[in-house]
Design a protein around this ligand. Structure first.
Ligand code: NAP
Ligand code: GLV
Length: 310
């Protein structure tokens, strides 16, 4: 019987995904990787932040399936073989991302935070109506997640633009592309949502230079990767009031160290890398369908391009 090896960052998660994948693909033997285990000879690997050792010992692999959308961690492993790597495409993450962004945006634009304070004071005092045109949103990255988020926010009436590498039309979204149009995208954006993949080109993209180009009273919503942000530059912009708030789900170091200034900064809201979590049923279905297609010699989407890093 052909084998699939499952490897994640923790034994508990590995065991759980082994059970889920075994139920989805009963025609395979699904093996849970653990330190010291003998090479399984598996043909497929299903992984999330696996140790490099997995790829040193599993030399019969034909394809790797990433249990997430972002592939920066797996592409950084020195022993990753030169075989196809597939990533999750949406798999239920896009609506979670839209919900996260709309929650963060509306908390500020509708003044919901202010009402929390007013409730404490038993104060019945409505704010003026939100003028959506005062909150132009810019989404960096118009892929599976970014394009969904952009459309969801635009449907509420906010002016929305997106920025990607390549040109395209997205109904209701003003699309900018490439390095040449980046400054124009930033200069019309007040609420910047980051949904770029982490690549050599995008690392550190949220830096002083970018922050100075945004509209005044800017808001940063980073739900992609921590290494997109130069933390000292963002903190300086928050301290000066140039950026009014940062809603951060991902960090240069995770878990975010208890001593980090973000935790206590009055203008920062933190969530622990949960903006969109991998959903078991949706992920297992997407990966198992792809493995079955490969077995039939059919094409499969979600292939990572090594040359671009996403
Ligand atoms: P995707 O479908 O690959 O989309 C990536 C988008 O970024 C594409 O529109 C691409 O442009 C654009 N892009 C890439 N490099 C660029 C560059 N140098 N300049 C301008 N645009 C560039 O990715 P996705 O599935 O939407 O996921 C996006 C990221 O979300 C993941 O990589 C991951 O880091 C993050 N994520 C975070 C969480 C969380 O819980 N916080 C959960 C899931 C995913 P083109 O369309 O022109 O190629
Ligand atoms: C989570 O961060 C993912 O990339 O799916």
């Amino acid at each position: 019987m052909s084998k699939i090896i499952v490897a994640t960052a923790t034994p508990a998660a590995t065991k759980r995904w082994q059970e889920v994948m075994q139920a989805a693909l009963p025609q395979f033997e699904v093996v849970a990787w653990e330190p010291g285990i003998a090479p399984s000879g598996a043909r497929y690997a299903v992984v999330w932040s696996p140790p490099d050792t997995v790829f040193q010992q599993e030399t019969k692999l034909e394809a790797v399936f990433n249990l997430g959308a972002g592939v920066d961690a797996i592409l950084a492993l020195p022993s990753l073989p030169d075989i196809p790597v597939y990533r999750l495409e949406d798999a239920g993450m896009a609506p979670q991302m839209a919900e996260y962004v709309i929650h963060g945006l509306a908390t500020l634009s509708r003044g919901f935070d202010a009402y929390v304070q007013r409730q404490r004071e038993a104060s019945w005092s409505p704010l003026a109506a939100t003028r959506y045109e005062d909150w132009p949103v810019g989404v960096m990255g118009l892929g599976k997640l970014g394009s969904y988020v952009a459309k969801a926010v635009a449907a509420l009436g906010y002016p929305v633009a997106g920025w990607a590498r390549s040109a395209r039309n997205e109904e209701g979204i003003e699309v900018f592309h490439g390095a040449d149009q980046f400054a124009a995208f930033l200069s019309r954006t007040r609420v910047l949502v980051n949904l770029l993949p982490l690549t050599p080109e995008t690392q550190g993209i949220i830096n002083q230079d970018l922050l100075l180009k945004l509209l005044p009273d800017a808001v940063i919503i980073n739900i992609a990767r921590g290494a997109h942000v130069v933390d000292d530059d963002l903190l300086a912009a928050l301290d000066s009031g140039r950026v009014q708030a940062a809603i951060l789900d991902v960090f240069n170091q995770e878990p975010l160290p208890a001593s980090h200034r973000y935790w206590s900064h009055p203008s920062v809201k933190i969530t622990p890398h949960v903006a969109a979590v991998t959903l078991e049923a949706e992920a297992a279905q997407q990966i198992s369908e792809r493995i079955q297609r490969l077995e039939r010699g059919e094409s499969v989407s979600g292939l990572v391009r090594r040359e671009t890093g996403y």
